[in-house]
Design a protein around this ligand. Sequence first.
Ligand code: GDP
Length: 295
Amino acid sequence: MFENLSDKLDRAFKVLKGQGSITEINVAETMKEIRKALLDADVNYKTAKTFTDDVRQKAIGQNVLTSISPGQLLTKLMNDELTELMGGTTADLELKASPTIILIAGLNGAGKTTFTGKLANFLKTQKNKKPLLVADDIYRPAAIDQLEVLGQQVGIPVYSNRESTDPVAIAREGIAHAKQNGNNVVIIDTAGRLAIDEAMMQEIERVKAAVNPHEILFVVDSMTGQDAVNTAKVFNDRLDFTGVVLTKLDGDTRGGAALSIKSVVNKPIKFIGTGEKMEALDVFHPDRMASRILG
Ligand code: GDP
C-alpha cells in the first residue's frame, strides 16, 4: 500500500489531468493521504500536520508539466522538503581537538554500547584516528565486559576501573589514560536505565560538567516510535546534546522517528545503526531518509 505513494497521489489527482496547475481543491484532497502515509511511517502527528501544511502552500500554483505526473511532482516536492527538514546535508562530527571527547548517552537497550564500538571502528578505519573507549557504567559489570569484547573485536583499547563507584572519576581517569597513550579520541559509554530516571540524569550531567565533551551523542532506538521523540526531548533539555544516533534501522521501521526527533529537538542526526555487526553504521543522509519515509 505504502510502496506507491506516487501512484496513490496520481489517483487523487486524476481530476487534475489537463488542467495545468495544482489547485487548492486538488491539494486538499491529497493531503489526508500524505498525512496518513507519514503517520504510518511513525512521524508524529504534529510534525506530519506542519509538514503537510507547508507542502500544501508550496504545491498550490505549481505548473504540471506533461512529462511529470502531479503525483511525481508532489512526491519530489515532499522529498525536497523532508530532506531540508532533516538538515539538508550530512552533519560531521567535531573532531579537531586532541583528544576529542565524545560522551554517549541514552536508555538501556537503545544500542549505546554497540554504537560506541561501531563509532570507534569508524573513526579508526575511516578517519585515521586512535580512539580509546571508556566503560563508565558502574552498575552493570556486564556492560564493561560487553565493551571490552567489542573493543577487542575492532582492535581498540578500553579503559575501565572495576573498583571505582564514581563515574566522574572514571571518565577523568580515562581521559588522562588517553593523553598518556596518544589516543586522540575518547569515547565514554555511560550507564543507562530502562526508563528516564532522575539519578541517571544527574550522574550524566556531572560527567558532562567534569569532562566538557566536544560531542554528546544521544543514542535512540528508531523502533520505539513516539517514545523515541519523548526521550530525545528529555535528554536534550538536560544535556543539550550535539547529535542523535538512530539505531536499528535495519528493521522494517520507516524511519519517521528521524523527522519527528529533528523537528522536536532541532539537533542533527549524525549516524544510523543498521545491524548488530561493528560495520553496520552509516553516516546519516537526509535525502536517503526522506526517500525511505516516503516509500
Ligand atoms: P545499550 O544498553 O544501550 O548499551 O544497548 P546495546 O548496545 O547493548 O544494544 C542492545 C541490543 O540491540 C543488542 O542486542 C544489540 O546487538 C542490538 N543493536 C544495537 N544496535 C543495533 C542496530 O543498529 N540494529 C540491530 N538490529 N540491533 C542493534
